[in-house]
Design a protein around this ligand. Structure first.
Ligand SMILES: Nc1nc2c(ncn2[C@@H]2O[C@H](COP(=O)(O)OP(=O)(O)OP(=O)(O)O)[C@@H](O)[C@H]2O)c(=O)[nH]1
Ligand SMILES: [Mg+2]
Length: 372
């Protein structure tokens, strides 16, 4: 029998659900494996959740000094037109973008046109609208000046300068032939810090080399670099996990955390700020390491030093690399010390990934129901 591509996908989903719903261990909603291939585009693959930008509003056009001279009326009077206004720079919240990769560090708006003779006024410049993700906080001198929490909300980051007046404007009873005009005003200049309030539903936290990027690759179409040296990931990567109830969970692979991060060691504070933008944290530990408890304590300590609220966020502990020898014993030791059940997984070989995705879905749903 022939099926279209869409109906084949739906059949796959149904098979998936039937298969997993028969096993009592799995929840009813299961994560779907991506059917599309990973993208081959060379676009920047990292995720920019915070950006410093300088904005300069457009300069207004200068006014014009001109005197009209017509046939049979040599002194027909001043006819210098006004300059056009410079453009504003506007930040607008939009669902079309989800990070700041497309935002440049210096943004200039267009300049207004100059006035001309015969009372021609210069054209106003168009405003420059920069789309930024919904949920962006705009800060100036570290003070919040705007919170774009809803689509289409906008904020004027820099106003354009007003156009200068031409000499026609200055005609008065006492001054019939003014030889003066105004220059167009300069646009406003400002520096802003754009920050996303939430970057993803779930953030992976762990020491370098724990296998966070491997895990993200295993569960989504994201392509973070994987290598066997520390600090392979320097910028966050986001992946989307699709579930059989057509819901999605955004997962962020964050750079590794090391002892002293709260004092800005390694990627330091920047890292902790990324973590702050993920409501649920997943601790990814390297199960082949013998003293897992010391790793766990360091992770908690670093988060606490940065913010107590961050350390108290809902979390899940997973031990990756369960395929390596000795990992099961290490996980059991850790379980005894922290007295929480720890999920052993292998990002590289796909062990327990379905179970892991079911657990993060549960946590995300609980978080959403608690916060609505
Ligand atoms: N045996 C085994 N190796 C794994 C597993 N997961 C990851 N690795 C290996 O661990 C190494 C580090 O993996 P990454 O995914 O780059 O680790 P990371 O946590 O993203 O590291 P940073 O980006 O440096 O913080 C790579 O050589 C992986 O192949 C696993 O489940 N089993
Ligand atoms: Mg990595």
């Amino acid at each position: 029998m022939l099926f279209s591509r869409n109906s084949r996908n739906i059949l796959k989903i149904v098979k998936h659900v039937l298969h997993y719903s028969q096993s009592a261990q799995y929840p009813a909603v299961v994560a779907l494996r991506p059917t599309k291939l990973k993208s081959k585009s060379k676009e920047p693959r990292y995720f920019t959740d915070s950006k410093y930008v300088s904005v300069i509003g457009g300069k207004g056009g200068d006014g014009c000094i001109s005197f009209l001279s017509l046939w049979a009326n040599e002194y027909a009077g001043p006819d210098g037109g006004d300059g056009g206004n410079g453009g504003h720079i506007i930040f607008e919240a939009s669902r079309e973008v989800n990070n700041f990769n497309h935002v440049g560090s210096l943004i200039r708006a267009g300049e207004g046109e100059k006035g001309a003779n015969k009372d021609c006024h210069g054209k106003n410049a168009k405003h420059t609208t920069i789309k930024i993700p919904v949920g962006t906080i705009v800060k100036r001198n570290e003070k919040i000046v705007a919170d774009l929490y809803k689509e289409k909300l906008s904020f004027i980051a820099a106003r354009g300068g007003a156009g200068g007046r031409g000499n026609h404007f200055f005609i008065s009873d006492t001054q019939q032939a003014p030889e003066i005009c105004e220059y167009g005003a300069r646009g406003e200049e400002a520096k802003y810090h754009l920050e996303l309030r939430t970057m993803a539903d779930v953030g992976f936290i762990g020491f370098p080399n724990a296998g966070k990027s491997t895990l993200l690759q295993a569960i989504s179409r994201a392509r973070p670099k994987v290598a066997s040296y520390a600090f392979t990931t320097l910028k966050p990567h986001i992946g989307v996990v699709h579930y059989s109830d057509f819901s999605q969970v955004m997962v962020a692979d964050l750079p590794g955390l090391i002892p002293g991060s709260h004092k800005n060691r390694g990627l330091g504070i920047q890292f902790l700020k990324h973590a702050e933008r993920c409501p649920i944290l997943v601790f990814v530990m390297d199960a082949s390491y013998e003293d897992l408890y010391s790793h766990y304590k360091t992770l908690i300590f670093e988060l606490e030093q940065f913010s107590k609220k961050l350390a108290a966020r809902p979390k899940l502990i997973v031990a990756n690399k369960i395929d390596l020898p000795g990992s099961i014993e290490n996980i059991k030791d850790l379980e005894k010390q922290v007295k929480i059940e720890i999920l052993g997984i292998s990002g590289k070989y796909g062990t327990n990934i379905g179970l892991f995705l079911g657990k993060i879905k549960e946590l995300v749903e609980k978080y959403k129901s608690d916060n609505t």
